[in-house]
Design a binder for this molecule. Structure first.
Ligand code: NIG
Ligand code: FE
Length: 411
């Protein structure tokens, strides 16, 4: 593979020179930068960077980034981009006053998506998810987690995970897969939910793990969905098969999801629109990464996770799009940063760290992604001519990304 020299970079953001990667508390507002810089990639990796006066003269390909910014690609640690159909009808129902929970109780929501997915072929799902993936790559995403959870039968959950595997094999993005069979209780199990949980534990998890289709097991632990006891049982069964935990917690209520995630060594607990003092204290004493999903708050018109308070209390947070047809039909990270800064009162630098290095850590990719460091995968964004990261977030709604480089290849 060929080498690329990006030269005359106006400002390079997200430089990492220390091995310690995850950023917490006050460190979240620090983004290391270099002005008038170069970066050299070779064989898909970042091999060198520094001030222009130290730049090498030759490379197979030279890109002039005068007036432009260079930053690491975004690491989106929570998405559901494999789905069969959008749900704009439910969106309008909500505008008429229905709540997300009411729609779900009537068989809409996740169950609506599951009915449609069960009828859709693996090939069609692959094509539509592939085009969503390409769209988010064009906004600068380079690593992404994708969940199952709209199948809700063994066959359809496996179908979704095989689509994710195909995306892993065919896309230049780095992809992690999560099994989310415990996303909702299918209607036919409404009166005997333990039978569906038995199916999850004794059939789905062994099959998913047997085919090596998932890195993580996720559960929607929340009011109206899975209880703390059920979540615990499912996560423990998954752990026996080597699937680590990553959960949806505290979106709709103080559900106990944060604590049960922590006690199952979850890599991250995601959502957190409804958390209090006890949850924040529990997170402080754990290595589980609290991950906030502000576009879900925007779209469902619900509380935002208290990211400002969490950072002020010393926590490090990850931030992700939650791209899905029901609660966040967008995978646009620059837009997400604008929503986060405005509504959670965090700074562009904090939002940047939440979607780069901390997002990488929430994908267990902190050693290889999420910053500009020698030896890391060459996943880089070259912006259009803009003055700064602050401007990128301030000037919301425009796509300021000019070029995306994934694994050392300009797309
Ligand atoms: O993260 N909260 C649970 N799951 C998704 C939404 C799923 C849906 O509505 O389709 C979420 O918001
Ligand atoms: Fe989600």
């Amino acid at each position: 593979m060929s080498s690329i020299l990006i030269k005359n970079i106006k400002t390079m953001y997200g430089i990492q020179t220390q091995p310690l990667s995850f950023k917490k508390g006050a460190a979240m507002s620090v983004v290391d930068t270099l002005e008038n810089a170069f970066i050299l990639t070779d064989n898909g990796k970042i091999v060198d960077f520094g001030p222009m006066k130290e730049a090498p003269e030759r490379a197979d390909e030279i890109v002039d980034a005068s007036d432009r910014l260079v930053m690491p690609c975004w690491c989106d640690s929570h998405t559901h981009i494999v789905y069969a159909a959008p749900r704009e009808g439910e969106y309008v129902d909500r505008l008429h006053g229905a709540s997300y929970e009411e729609i779900a109780e009537k068989g809409g929501g996740i169950l609506n998506s599951a009915r449609k997915l069960q009828e859709t072929s693996e090939e069609d799902l692959f094509l539509s998810a592939g085009s969503r993936l390409n769209e988010v790559i064009s906004y600068g995403t380079g690593a992404i987690e994708i969940k199952s959870g709209y199948g809700l039968t063994t066959e359809s959950e496996l179908k979704m995970l095989r689509v994710i595997r195909k995306l892993k094999e065919s896309s230049p993005a780095t992809i992690k897969a999560s099994f989310l069979g415990a996303h909702a209780i299918p209607a036919m199990y409404k009166e005997n939910r333990h039978l569906y949980i038995d199916l999850l534990i004794h059939e789905m998890i062994p099959n998913v793990a047997g085919e090596g289709l998932a890195d993580y097991c996720d559960v929607f632990c929340d009011k109206g969905f899975y209880t703390v006891e059920e979540t615990d049982k499912i996560l423990k069964a998954a752990a026996k098969y080597g699937l680590k935990a990553k959960i949806h917690a505290n979106e709709l209520a103080i559900s106990g999801g944060v604590q049960i995630g922590i006690s199952n060594h979850a890599i991250s607990v995601d959502h957190l629109e409804a958390i209090g003092h006890d949850e924040i204290e529990a997170l402080k004493n754990s290595s589980t990464i609290p991950t906030v999903l502000p576009s879900c708050s925007f779209f469902l018109n619900i509380n935002y996770a208290p990211a400002r308070k969490m950072i002020d209390e010393g926590l490090g947070i990850g931030m992700a799009t939650d791209y899905n047809p029901g609660s966040s039909p967008s995978g646009n990270i620059p837009m997400l940063m604008a929503l986060a800064c405005n509504n959670m009162r965090i700074l562009p630098a904090e939002a940047f760290n939440a979607v780069t290095i901390n997002g990488a850590c929430a994908l267990e990719l902190g050693e290889s992604h999420g910053s500009v460091a020698r030896g890391k995968v060459a996943n880089l964004i070259i912006t259009k001519s803009i003055p700064s990261l602050d401007y990128m977030v301030y000037s919301f709604g425009s796509n300021h990304v000019d070029k995306v480089i994934l694994r050392g290849k300009i797309l």
